[in-house]
Design a protein around this ligand. Structure first.
Ligand SMILES: C[S@@+](CC[C@H](N)C(=O)[O-])C[C@H]1O[C@@H](n2cnc3c(N)ncnc32)[C@H](O)[C@@H]1O
Length: 265
């Protein structure tokens, strides 16, 4: 029996190039919004950390706005892809670091920006990871967190989680906005702002990118077909299994007292 981390390494080890090429990851209004927020708030001398960098799309988008980015991921194949792509783009201030979010081998208060995109739903100890991200941020430093949103409606959320887990064994859970707000406050983040966008998922390429076995693809289609009207409407499920989820962006600051309740000037 393998651990969740080993499952994650198996899943992503062979798919690094697919993630570099994936339009869902390479594009999106969340990347433009991330660039605007970081461009306004982080000085050009800023130090940034990208947790769960995957093939590096968030690091590449933010690189023009900061002096240094540490792109961190447990998958050595993802990090090799980031190194190659950063070199091809002339981004010499992107460094890679192999680690998991739950235990960051980095000093306290050493970053102006900690960011993460489409990774937190894989983390087994999300509370611990957020505390680590808060620890390595300078007081008043910024957190930028982007991920697929869980649904506030339990019926719709159960179906979304079932579909996600059948497609990808390394999936843990998407969190709804209300859960994110509570998690961020508990981890010591204040001044939390939120934005979100619908993201259309093309079913054939979505399962191909994760090499989902045919038996599991059939189960996903069964869950979708049997789902009640409320779920069909909320996820806009189409005849070929394509559907729409919501990507959420959270922008917050490391509170100066570490409690998450103090507002910052
Ligand atoms: C979908 S990819 C990330 C996409 C990327 N951030 C982007 O902007 O395109 C998810 C990544 O999360 C990483 N990951 C999984 N578990 C993790 C953990 N516990 N800590 C940090 N990263 C993790 C995976 O190795 C994978 O590379």
């Amino acid at each position: 029996m393998r651990t969740h981390l080993q499952t994650n390494l198996d899943q992503y080890g062979t798919q690094a190039q697919a993630y570099l090429d994936s339009p869902v990851h390479a594009q999106g209004p969340d990347l433009a919004q991330a660039q605007a927020l970081v461009g306004q708030a982080i000085p050009a001398s800023g130090q940034a950390l990208d947790v769960g960098c995957g093939a590096g799309h968030l690091s590449f988008a933010l690189a023009p706005h900061v002096a240094r980015i540490v792109a961190l991921d447990p998958s050595p194949q993802m990090l090799a892809t980031v190194q190659q792509a950063a070199q091809a783009r002339g981004l010499r201030h992107i460094e890679t670091l192999q680690s998991s979010a739950e235990s960051l081998p980095l000093p306290n208060a050493s970053f102006d920006l900690v960011c993460s995109r489409y990774s937190a739903h894989h983390w087994t100890q999300l509370e611990q990871a957020l505390k680590e991200m808060r620890r390595v941020l300078k007081p008043g430093g910024h957190l930028l967190l982007i991920d697929v949103q869980g649904e506030e409606d339990a019926l719709v959320d159960s179906h979304l989680q079932a579909i996600e887990l059948l497609r990808d064994r390394s999936h843990v859970r998407n969190r709804a906005v209300s859960q994110w707000r509570a998690l961020l406050a508990d981890a010591g983040f204040a001044n939390v702002a939120h934005d979100s966008w619908p993201v259309h998922i093309d079913f054939p390429s979505w399962v191909a990118r994760m090499r989902t076995p045919a038996s599991r693809v059939a189960m996903i289609r069964e869950v979708q077909t049997d789902a009640p009207q409320e779920v069909h409407e909320a996820l806009a499920i189409e005849p070929d299994g394509s559907f729409t989820f919501t990507t959420g962006l959270f922008w917050a600051r490391a509170s100066k007292d570490g409690q998450g309740r103090a507002t910052l000037g």
